[in-house]
Design a protein around this ligand. Structure first.
Ligand code: CTP
Length: 399
């Protein structure tokens, strides 16, 4: 299931050098079955060709010239009505100024005025232009009506370092999903833990596990899309920080516990997805342990704190605590025991020994178990598992 299947995205490209990056954004959108239609201003056509965009979207591109010829058929009103979301990227200082003043002198600005769909504006320009008080004033004005995605900092095409860069394309893609999503978790604070913890043996070695963090990161992304204020406490992973999510990186179980304690008293929903190392070396060597003459090396391990159990002491009234159970046998029986022992409202059970589910995979097959029943789910993407968890909380009137 794809929650955005067939959504109509109208992209307005204006005349900025970052226009070429929109080709990648279109590819991401088309790959996930969005219908993309593009309006290009005259200046945009100086940077990239409508033919490139048309080839990528599979739809005709609307330019001002085109519009004059076919106005009666494909005018601004039909695009405005069709849009589930309008995205202006890159948005130049010029188009921002026009939108701020209600000017509608071309197809793009006319469509912005005519649409009832949410409009996402992604500015990109020279640092001095971005810092110009008039542009600041215009941004302030249009942010009352539209969603603005602040530019990133970096080396700009003009050779200057600073703010004004088009945000990363994956982040714009995620922001479109945020804008399009309903907001049942608005006002909720969600704390998610993800990935493995690592327990150091010496400065170059550690004990850990195969967790990739994919499940926890999917939960953080989905909670953000659904309107929550999300904090992610992440172990060591190779994943990109989820857009718009306050992310803290930790190493050991002790670090994870301490970081979670900073947020737990305010948390409405805790999703404890991290694969925590149950044991750690009794002591960490300060220097690298050298190979000895013996064929054996014995490590003494001691128990780590159970983070979920510790955090339950700080649980806010009405808060929901969700755990994950990584099992290789007797999955349901073990999970039900964890639900009780760890004082949880829900446990998500996955058999990590399966080929297409669990650690490092993009898909998962889980059972959601609460005190009142269980819901087995078929194989699905980890993102879809995340949606199902939040949907299930709602169906049980837990949120
Ligand atoms: N967990 C935790 N602190 C630990 C160990 C686990 O908070 N020291 C949490 C995990 O984040 C997960 C849940 O407890 O949400 C279950 O983790 P799991 O590894 O399945 O179970 P354990 O409690 O470690 O028990 P076992 O390893 O014996 O199955």
């Amino acid at each position: 299931m794809n929650r955005f299947n067939g959504k109509n995205i109208i992209i307005g490209i204006t005349g900025g050098i970052a226009g070429y990056k929109i080709c990648d954004l279109i590819r991401l959108l088309v790959k996930e079955n969005f219908n993309v239609e593009v309006i290009m201003t005259k200046s945009a056509c100086e940077f990239i060709t409508p033919l490139t965009i048309q080839t990528l979207t599979g739809n005709p591109v609307y330019t001002e010239l085109f519009t004059l010829i076919k106005e009666s058929k494909i005018g601004h009103i039909s695009l405005a009505e069709k849009a589930d979301c309008m995205v202006i990227a890159p948005a130049t200082a010029n188009v921002i100024g026009k939108i701020a003043s209600g000017i509608a002198d071309d197809l793009l600005t006319t469509t912005v005025l005519a649409t009832k769909a949410p409009v996402l504006i992604v500015p990109s320009m020279n640092k001095n232009m971005w810092e110009n008080p008039v542009v600041i004033e215009n941004i302030k004005k249009i942010s009352k009506y539209h969603t603005i995605m602040n530019p990133a900092e970096g080396l700009l095409a003009c050779g200057v370092y600073g703010s004004g860069k088009l945000p990363e394309v994956d982040d714009i893609f995620e922001m479109i999903k945020i804008v399009l999503s309903p907001k049942p978790l608005l006002g909720k604070k969600v704390l998610v833990t993800a990935g493995p913890t690592i327990e150091e043996i010496d400065p170059v070695r550690f004990i850990s596990n195969y967790s990739s963090g994919k499940m926890g990161y999917a939960i953080a992304r989905v909670a953000k899309r659904l309107g929550a204020e999300v904090v992610l406490v992440s172990g060591r992973t190779a994943l990109k920080k989820p857009y718009g999510v306050e992310t803290h990186y930790v190493k050991s179980a002790k670090d994870m516990l301490n970081k979670c304690k900073e947020f737990i008293e305010d948390t409405d929903i805790l999703v404890k997805c991290a694969a925590v190392a149950d044991y750690k070396p009794e002591s960490r060597a300060d220097k690298k342990i050298k190979k000895g003459k013996d064929n054996k090396l014995t490590l003494n391990l001691i128990k780590n704190p159970d983070i979920l159990f510790e955090l339950s002491k700080y649980k806010k009234k009405g808060a929901i605590f969700i755990g994950f159970a990584a099992e290789t046998e007797d999955a349901e029986k073990n999970a039900i025991q964890k639900l009780t022992n760890k004082n949880l409202d829900m446990i998500v059970v996955n058999n990590v020994a399966e080929k297409d589910a669990g650690f490092e995979k993009d898909t998962n097959r889980v059972i959601l178990i609460t005190k009142t029943g269980k819901l087995p789910l078929p194989l699905m993407t980890k993102e879809e598992v995340a949606y199902n968890i939040f949907d299930h909380l709602k169906s049980l009137s837990l949120t």
